[in-house]
Design a protein around this ligand. Structure first.
Ligand SMILES: Nc1ncnc2c1ncn2[C@@H]1O[C@H](COP(=O)(O)OP(=O)(O)OP(=O)(O)O)[C@@H](O)[C@H]1O
Length: 311
Protein backbone atom coordinates (compact mmCIF):
# COMPACT_ATOMS: atom_id res chain seq x y z
CA UNK A 1 0.00 0.00 0.00
CA UNK A 2 1.23 3.50 -0.84
CA UNK A 3 0.14 6.30 1.48
CA UNK A 4 0.55 9.88 0.35
CA UNK A 5 0.07 12.12 3.33
CA UNK A 6 -0.36 15.88 2.98
CA UNK A 7 2.37 16.17 0.39
CA UNK A 8 3.19 19.72 -0.75
CA UNK A 9 5.69 21.34 -3.08
CA UNK A 10 6.28 25.06 -3.22
CA UNK A 11 8.59 26.97 -5.54
CA UNK A 12 8.99 30.38 -3.91
CA UNK A 13 5.51 31.84 -3.64
CA UNK A 14 4.10 29.26 -6.07
CA UNK A 15 2.44 26.10 -4.75
CA UNK A 16 2.80 23.38 -7.39
CA UNK A 17 1.28 20.61 -5.25
CA UNK A 18 -0.97 21.57 -2.38
CA UNK A 19 -1.41 19.12 0.56
CA UNK A 20 -2.36 16.07 -1.50
CA UNK A 21 -3.34 12.92 0.41
CA UNK A 22 -4.40 9.60 -1.04
CA UNK A 23 -3.94 5.87 -0.58
CA UNK A 24 -3.05 3.49 -3.38
CA UNK A 25 -3.84 -0.18 -2.78
CA UNK A 26 -1.28 -2.81 -3.76
CA UNK A 27 -1.99 -4.39 -7.15
CA UNK A 28 -4.04 -1.51 -8.54
CA UNK A 29 -3.60 1.24 -11.14
CA UNK A 30 -4.20 4.83 -10.04
CA UNK A 31 -4.29 7.36 -12.84
CA UNK A 32 -3.51 10.99 -12.01
CA UNK A 33 -5.23 13.23 -14.52
CA UNK A 34 -5.36 17.00 -14.91
CA UNK A 35 -4.60 19.84 -17.26
CA UNK A 36 -1.12 21.15 -17.99
CA UNK A 37 0.49 22.72 -14.93
CA UNK A 38 -1.90 21.11 -12.43
CA UNK A 39 1.00 19.49 -10.57
CA UNK A 40 0.75 15.87 -11.77
CA UNK A 41 4.41 15.39 -12.68
CA UNK A 42 5.62 17.14 -9.52
CA UNK A 43 3.40 14.85 -7.42
CA UNK A 44 4.79 11.77 -9.16
CA UNK A 45 8.40 12.92 -8.83
CA UNK A 46 7.99 13.51 -5.10
CA UNK A 47 7.09 9.83 -4.69
CA UNK A 48 10.51 8.62 -5.88
CA UNK A 49 12.20 11.76 -4.53
CA UNK A 50 13.33 13.15 -7.84
CA UNK A 51 11.76 16.19 -6.15
CA UNK A 52 11.92 16.64 -2.39
CA UNK A 53 8.56 17.54 -0.82
CA UNK A 54 8.29 20.89 1.01
CA UNK A 55 5.91 19.21 3.49
CA UNK A 56 4.14 15.90 4.03
CA UNK A 57 5.37 12.35 3.52
CA UNK A 58 4.96 9.23 1.44
CA UNK A 59 4.94 5.73 2.95
CA UNK A 60 5.46 2.55 0.95
CA UNK A 61 4.16 -0.48 2.82
CA UNK A 62 4.38 1.57 6.02
CA UNK A 63 7.96 2.78 5.46
CA UNK A 64 8.48 6.54 5.03
CA UNK A 65 10.38 7.29 1.80
CA UNK A 66 12.44 10.01 3.49
CA UNK A 67 13.98 7.34 5.74
CA UNK A 68 15.54 5.64 2.69
CA UNK A 69 18.48 6.79 0.60
CA UNK A 70 17.15 8.12 -2.74
CA UNK A 71 19.14 5.62 -4.84
CA UNK A 72 17.83 2.70 -2.76
CA UNK A 73 14.31 4.06 -3.04
CA UNK A 74 14.58 4.37 -6.82
CA UNK A 75 15.58 0.72 -7.15
CA UNK A 76 12.32 -0.19 -5.46
CA UNK A 77 10.26 2.14 -7.63
CA UNK A 78 10.13 1.74 -11.41
CA UNK A 79 9.89 4.91 -13.49
CA UNK A 80 8.75 5.08 -17.11
CA UNK A 81 8.48 8.37 -18.97
CA UNK A 82 7.25 9.59 -22.32
CA UNK A 83 9.86 8.93 -24.98
CA UNK A 84 10.94 5.86 -22.93
CA UNK A 85 14.50 7.11 -22.08
CA UNK A 86 16.26 3.94 -23.27
CA UNK A 87 20.06 3.77 -23.33
CA UNK A 88 20.80 4.04 -27.07
CA UNK A 89 24.12 2.16 -26.97
CA UNK A 90 22.80 -0.80 -25.01
CA UNK A 91 20.85 -3.70 -26.48
CA UNK A 92 17.22 -4.29 -25.61
CA UNK A 93 18.33 -7.07 -23.26
CA UNK A 94 20.76 -4.81 -21.36
CA UNK A 95 18.22 -2.03 -21.22
CA UNK A 96 15.58 -4.28 -19.66
CA UNK A 97 18.13 -5.90 -17.35
CA UNK A 98 19.63 -2.58 -16.19
CA UNK A 99 18.15 -2.51 -12.67
CA UNK A 100 18.57 -6.26 -11.97
CA UNK A 101 22.22 -5.81 -13.05
CA UNK A 102 22.59 -2.94 -10.56
CA UNK A 103 21.10 -5.21 -7.91
CA UNK A 104 23.73 -7.87 -8.78
CA UNK A 105 21.28 -10.54 -9.85
CA UNK A 106 23.05 -13.61 -11.34
CA UNK A 107 23.37 -13.44 -15.15
CA UNK A 108 21.07 -16.38 -15.87
CA UNK A 109 18.33 -14.91 -13.67
CA UNK A 110 18.60 -11.56 -15.50
CA UNK A 111 18.43 -13.29 -18.85
CA UNK A 112 15.38 -15.32 -17.82
CA UNK A 113 13.66 -12.16 -16.59
CA UNK A 114 14.45 -10.26 -19.82
CA UNK A 115 13.02 -13.08 -21.93
CA UNK A 116 9.94 -13.41 -19.72
CA UNK A 117 9.21 -9.70 -20.06
CA UNK A 118 9.80 -9.64 -23.82
CA UNK A 119 7.34 -12.51 -24.17
CA UNK A 120 4.79 -10.75 -21.96
CA UNK A 121 5.04 -7.76 -24.30
CA UNK A 122 4.58 -10.01 -27.35
CA UNK A 123 8.15 -9.50 -28.58
CA UNK A 124 10.01 -12.68 -29.56
CA UNK A 125 13.11 -12.75 -27.28
CA UNK A 126 15.34 -14.32 -29.96
CA UNK A 127 14.39 -11.59 -32.43
CA UNK A 128 14.61 -8.63 -30.07
CA UNK A 129 17.00 -9.13 -27.16
CA UNK A 130 20.15 -8.25 -29.12
CA UNK A 131 18.75 -5.31 -31.08
CA UNK A 132 19.47 -1.67 -30.30
CA UNK A 133 16.71 0.88 -29.54
CA UNK A 134 17.19 2.62 -32.90
CA UNK A 135 16.26 -0.66 -34.61
CA UNK A 136 12.79 -0.68 -33.00
CA UNK A 137 9.52 1.07 -33.85
CA UNK A 138 8.21 3.75 -31.48
CA UNK A 139 5.66 1.31 -30.04
CA UNK A 140 8.34 -1.35 -29.48
CA UNK A 141 10.65 1.17 -27.79
CA UNK A 142 7.80 2.17 -25.51
CA UNK A 143 7.19 -1.48 -24.56
CA UNK A 144 10.88 -1.99 -23.80
CA UNK A 145 10.79 1.14 -21.62
CA UNK A 146 7.90 -0.27 -19.58
CA UNK A 147 9.51 -3.73 -19.45
CA UNK A 148 12.68 -2.13 -18.08
CA UNK A 149 10.71 -0.33 -15.39
CA UNK A 150 9.06 -3.62 -14.36
CA UNK A 151 12.18 -5.79 -14.52
CA UNK A 152 13.07 -5.92 -10.83
CA UNK A 153 9.43 -6.40 -9.76
CA UNK A 154 9.32 -2.96 -8.12
CA UNK A 155 6.98 -2.23 -5.21
CA UNK A 156 5.57 0.57 -7.34
CA UNK A 157 5.77 1.65 -10.97
CA UNK A 158 5.47 5.37 -11.74
CA UNK A 159 4.58 6.27 -15.32
CA UNK A 160 4.55 9.84 -16.65
CA UNK A 161 2.56 10.15 -19.91
CA UNK A 162 4.00 6.80 -21.04
CA UNK A 163 1.83 6.67 -24.15
CA UNK A 164 2.00 10.38 -25.02
CA UNK A 165 4.14 9.90 -28.11
CA UNK A 166 2.17 7.02 -29.63
CA UNK A 167 -0.42 7.31 -32.38
CA UNK A 168 -4.00 6.56 -31.31
CA UNK A 169 -4.20 2.95 -32.52
CA UNK A 170 -0.87 1.88 -31.03
CA UNK A 171 -1.78 3.81 -27.91
CA UNK A 172 -4.93 1.75 -27.37
CA UNK A 173 -2.92 -1.46 -27.87
CA UNK A 174 -0.28 -0.25 -25.40
CA UNK A 175 -2.97 0.53 -22.81
CA UNK A 176 -4.49 -2.94 -23.22
CA UNK A 177 -1.05 -4.55 -22.91
CA UNK A 178 -0.30 -2.60 -19.76
CA UNK A 179 -3.60 -3.65 -18.19
CA UNK A 180 -3.03 -7.31 -19.06
CA UNK A 181 0.56 -7.33 -17.79
CA UNK A 182 -0.31 -5.40 -14.62
CA UNK A 183 -3.00 -7.96 -13.82
CA UNK A 184 -0.65 -10.85 -14.54
CA UNK A 185 2.18 -9.47 -12.36
CA UNK A 186 -0.03 -7.85 -9.72
CA UNK A 187 1.95 -4.60 -10.08
CA UNK A 188 1.02 -1.37 -8.33
CA UNK A 189 1.06 1.52 -10.78
CA UNK A 190 0.61 5.30 -10.60
CA UNK A 191 0.29 6.83 -14.04
CA UNK A 192 0.07 10.49 -15.06
CA UNK A 193 -1.91 11.63 -18.09
CA UNK A 194 -3.83 14.66 -19.32
CA UNK A 195 -6.24 12.36 -21.18
CA UNK A 196 -9.45 11.54 -19.27
CA UNK A 197 -10.28 8.77 -21.75
CA UNK A 198 -7.01 7.04 -20.86
CA UNK A 199 -7.67 7.58 -17.14
CA UNK A 200 -11.09 5.97 -17.36
CA UNK A 201 -9.89 3.08 -19.47
CA UNK A 202 -6.86 2.23 -17.32
CA UNK A 203 -7.56 3.30 -13.77
CA UNK A 204 -8.95 1.25 -10.91
CA UNK A 205 -8.92 4.68 -9.28
CA UNK A 206 -8.70 8.09 -10.92
CA UNK A 207 -7.20 11.09 -9.11
CA UNK A 208 -8.10 14.44 -10.65
CA UNK A 209 -5.70 17.37 -10.04
CA UNK A 210 -6.56 21.03 -10.52
CA UNK A 211 -4.26 23.92 -9.55
CA UNK A 212 -2.05 21.67 -7.39
CA UNK A 213 -4.99 20.24 -5.43
CA UNK A 214 -6.50 16.78 -5.55
CA UNK A 215 -10.13 17.59 -6.35
CA UNK A 216 -11.51 14.07 -6.67
CA UNK A 217 -10.27 10.53 -6.11
CA UNK A 218 -12.57 7.65 -6.95
CA UNK A 219 -13.42 4.84 -9.33
CA UNK A 220 -13.91 5.76 -13.00
CA UNK A 221 -17.67 5.17 -12.57
CA UNK A 222 -17.80 7.55 -9.57
CA UNK A 223 -15.88 10.24 -11.43
CA UNK A 224 -18.19 10.02 -14.43
CA UNK A 225 -21.46 9.68 -12.54
CA UNK A 226 -20.78 12.29 -9.84
CA UNK A 227 -18.02 14.75 -10.75
CA UNK A 228 -17.04 16.60 -7.55
CA UNK A 229 -16.43 19.98 -9.20
CA UNK A 230 -17.23 21.80 -12.41
CA UNK A 231 -13.65 21.27 -13.47
CA UNK A 232 -14.00 17.48 -13.15
CA UNK A 233 -17.30 17.61 -15.06
CA UNK A 234 -15.55 19.58 -17.82
CA UNK A 235 -12.72 17.05 -17.95
CA UNK A 236 -15.19 14.18 -18.25
CA UNK A 237 -17.21 16.04 -20.89
CA UNK A 238 -20.96 16.22 -20.30
CA UNK A 239 -21.97 14.90 -23.70
CA UNK A 240 -19.76 11.85 -23.42
CA UNK A 241 -20.71 10.95 -19.87
CA UNK A 242 -23.47 8.40 -20.56
CA UNK A 243 -21.35 6.65 -23.18
CA UNK A 244 -18.32 6.58 -20.93
CA UNK A 245 -20.39 5.09 -18.15
CA UNK A 246 -21.80 2.45 -20.50
CA UNK A 247 -18.30 1.55 -21.65
CA UNK A 248 -17.49 0.49 -18.05
CA UNK A 249 -20.43 -1.91 -17.62
CA UNK A 250 -20.22 -5.44 -19.03
CA UNK A 251 -23.25 -6.59 -21.06
CA UNK A 252 -23.41 -9.65 -18.80
CA UNK A 253 -24.65 -7.39 -15.98
CA UNK A 254 -27.99 -6.56 -17.63
CA UNK A 255 -28.52 -9.71 -19.65
CA UNK A 256 -32.08 -11.03 -19.56
CA UNK A 257 -33.76 -14.20 -20.77
CA UNK A 258 -34.91 -14.28 -24.35
CA UNK A 259 -33.59 -14.28 -27.88
CA UNK A 260 -32.61 -11.61 -30.38
CA UNK A 261 -31.60 -11.64 -34.01
CA UNK A 262 -28.18 -11.18 -35.47
CA UNK A 263 -24.62 -11.72 -34.37
CA UNK A 264 -24.10 -12.34 -30.63
CA UNK A 265 -21.76 -10.32 -28.38
CA UNK A 266 -19.74 -11.90 -25.58
CA UNK A 267 -20.98 -11.21 -22.02
CA UNK A 268 -17.71 -9.35 -21.39
CA UNK A 269 -18.46 -6.77 -24.11
CA UNK A 270 -19.49 -3.39 -22.74
CA UNK A 271 -22.96 -1.88 -22.86
CA UNK A 272 -21.44 0.75 -25.14
CA UNK A 273 -20.60 -2.04 -27.61
CA UNK A 274 -24.11 -3.46 -27.23
CA UNK A 275 -25.64 -0.03 -27.83
CA UNK A 276 -23.59 0.52 -30.91
CA UNK A 277 -24.45 -2.97 -32.24
CA UNK A 278 -28.17 -2.18 -31.76
CA UNK A 279 -27.95 1.23 -33.42
CA UNK A 280 -25.79 0.07 -36.29
CA UNK A 281 -28.06 -2.81 -37.28
CA UNK A 282 -31.41 -1.29 -36.27
CA UNK A 283 -32.11 -3.96 -33.64
CA UNK A 284 -33.98 -3.50 -30.35
CA UNK A 285 -31.82 -6.17 -28.68
CA UNK A 286 -28.62 -8.15 -29.21
CA UNK A 287 -28.02 -11.80 -28.28
CA UNK A 288 -25.33 -12.40 -25.66
CA UNK A 289 -23.16 -15.48 -25.38
CA UNK A 290 -20.99 -16.80 -22.61
CA UNK A 291 -18.19 -19.28 -23.38
CA UNK A 292 -19.68 -19.74 -26.85
CA UNK A 293 -23.17 -20.68 -25.57
CA UNK A 294 -26.32 -18.48 -25.80
CA UNK A 295 -26.85 -16.58 -22.52
CA UNK A 296 -29.88 -14.39 -23.31
CA UNK A 297 -30.13 -10.87 -24.69
CA UNK A 298 -29.53 -7.22 -23.87
CA UNK A 299 -32.28 -4.80 -24.91
CA UNK A 300 -32.08 -1.10 -25.73
CA UNK A 301 -34.54 -0.48 -22.89
CA UNK A 302 -32.21 -2.21 -20.41
CA UNK A 303 -29.24 -0.18 -21.67
CA UNK A 304 -31.23 3.05 -21.30
CA UNK A 305 -32.36 2.10 -17.78
CA UNK A 306 -28.77 1.34 -16.76
CA UNK A 307 -27.50 4.65 -18.21
CA UNK A 308 -30.13 6.54 -16.19
CA UNK A 309 -29.36 4.72 -12.93
CA UNK A 310 -26.08 6.55 -12.24
CA UNK A 311 -27.10 8.62 -9.24
N1 LIG B 1 11.52 23.50 -10.85
C1 LIG B 1 10.45 24.32 -10.87
N2 LIG B 1 10.56 25.62 -10.51
C2 LIG B 1 9.48 26.43 -10.52
N3 LIG B 1 8.24 26.04 -10.85
C3 LIG B 1 8.06 24.77 -11.22
C4 LIG B 1 9.15 23.83 -11.25
N4 LIG B 1 8.68 22.63 -11.64
C5 LIG B 1 7.35 22.79 -11.87
N5 LIG B 1 6.98 24.08 -11.61
C6 LIG B 1 5.62 24.62 -11.73
O1 LIG B 1 4.74 23.82 -10.97
C7 LIG B 1 3.49 23.68 -11.64
C8 LIG B 1 3.15 22.19 -11.79
O2 LIG B 1 4.03 21.62 -12.73
P1 LIG B 1 3.91 20.09 -13.17
O3 LIG B 1 5.00 19.81 -14.15
O4 LIG B 1 3.85 19.24 -11.97
O5 LIG B 1 2.50 20.08 -13.89
P2 LIG B 1 1.84 18.97 -14.78
O6 LIG B 1 0.44 18.85 -14.30
O7 LIG B 1 2.65 17.74 -14.77
O8 LIG B 1 1.86 19.65 -16.20
P3 LIG B 1 2.20 19.02 -17.65
O9 LIG B 1 1.04 18.13 -17.99
O10 LIG B 1 2.26 20.24 -18.51
O11 LIG B 1 3.50 18.30 -17.53
C9 LIG B 1 3.62 24.42 -12.96
O12 LIG B 1 2.99 25.66 -12.85
C10 LIG B 1 5.11 24.55 -13.16
O13 LIG B 1 5.40 25.71 -13.88
Amino acid sequence: MIEIDGITKTYGAMTAVDAVSMTVETGTITVIVGTSGSGKTTLLRMINRLEEPSAGEVRINGEATHSLKPHILRRRIGYAIQGHGLFPHHTVGRNIGAVPELLNWPKDKIRARVDELLELFSMDPDAFRDRYPAELSGGQQQRVGVARALASRPDLLLMDEPFGALDPIIRTRAQEDLRRIQQRLGSTIMLVTHDMEEAIRLGDRVAVMDGGKLVQHGTPAEIIAAPATEFVADMVGDVERPLRLLSLIPAGEVVEEGTANGEALPASASLRDALSACLWTGREAVPIERDGAAAGRVTLAAIRARAEAHG
